[in-house]
Design a protein. Structure first.
Length: 236
């Protein structure tokens, strides 16, 4: 199988996942593929208790946009043993609270399994693909084309903490701040298209060129980008 064909197959929507597989899991209220066709039923359900947990409405939207895992298409790997919704809720909890992986609460799956799930999705590009699909839905709901033709680029300097290595932070002379800088490219309704993080002393022009190249590789229809024009002198 060619790499391009394999990538296309991994991006099949879960909402059209094959229904011929035999489930190994027990009875569960969850409808994720790991419960329907995998072994997630071997582990208990959990009750939503954190603000970062997905609601049933949110989960229905996210689930339909998630790629089908390779094991379900009989290409490689074994059926997953943990609920996809629990895995996503665990990642959302970590991102929302800024905790360490090893500090994952015990009502979630084991932290190393959650990290493996996150790493697999990240390395295969599924996280970006899921984000792209959800953004396209938001744009369609707003009466716009799923793919943007215009974008906005900007940056923000963030003050670093004492735990940030000196090698990855710098001094932004304009903002009089030591830290890092995040460079963002969004569509015209504020939906994220690309982001990169640099030292605070990296110029917007250099980082912006790299950001635009990255975004252009995924969003081929962008023809116009708005950017803030810096003042010509210190008094402007």
């Amino acid at each position: 199988m060619s790499k391009s064909n394999e990538q296309e197959e991994t991006l099949v929507l879960q909402s059209v996942a094959p229904a011929a597989a035999t489930s190994n899991s027990g009875v569960s209220r969850c409808d994720c593929l790991a419960h329907r066709f995998g072994n997630a039923g071997d582990h208990p359900d959990r009750a939503a208790r954190y603000p970062s947990d997905t609601t049933d409405t949110e989960w229905a939207i996210v689930r339909a946009a998630m790629p089908v895992p390779a094991w379900l298409e009989s290409r490689r790997g074994r059926p997953e043993s943990y609920c996809h919704r629990q895995m996503l809720d665990a990642v959302f909890y970590l991102l929302d609270g800024g905790i360490k992986w090893r500090a994952m609460p015990l009502d979630f799956p084991p932290w190393d399994r959650v990290y493996a799930f996150f790493r697999r999705w990240r390395d295969r590009g599924w996280t970006i693909e899921l984000h792209d699909r959800l953004r396209a839905q938001v744009r369609e709901d707003a009466g716009r084309d799923p793919e943007p033709t215009a974008a906005i680029i900007d940056s923000q300097t963030i003050r670093s903490t004492p735990t940030i290595p000196v090698a990855t932070s710098g001094y932004d002379g304009n903002k009089k701040t030591v830290g890092r800088k995040r460079h963002l490219l969004t569509d015209t309704i504020g939906m994220l298209l690309a982001v990169t993080v640099t030292r605070a002393d990296v110029g917007d022009r250099d980082a912006g060129q790299h950001l635009i190249e990255r975004a252009g590789a995924r969003h081929h229809r962008i023809r116009l980008i708005w950017a803030e024009v810096p003042p010509v002198c210190g008094r402007c």
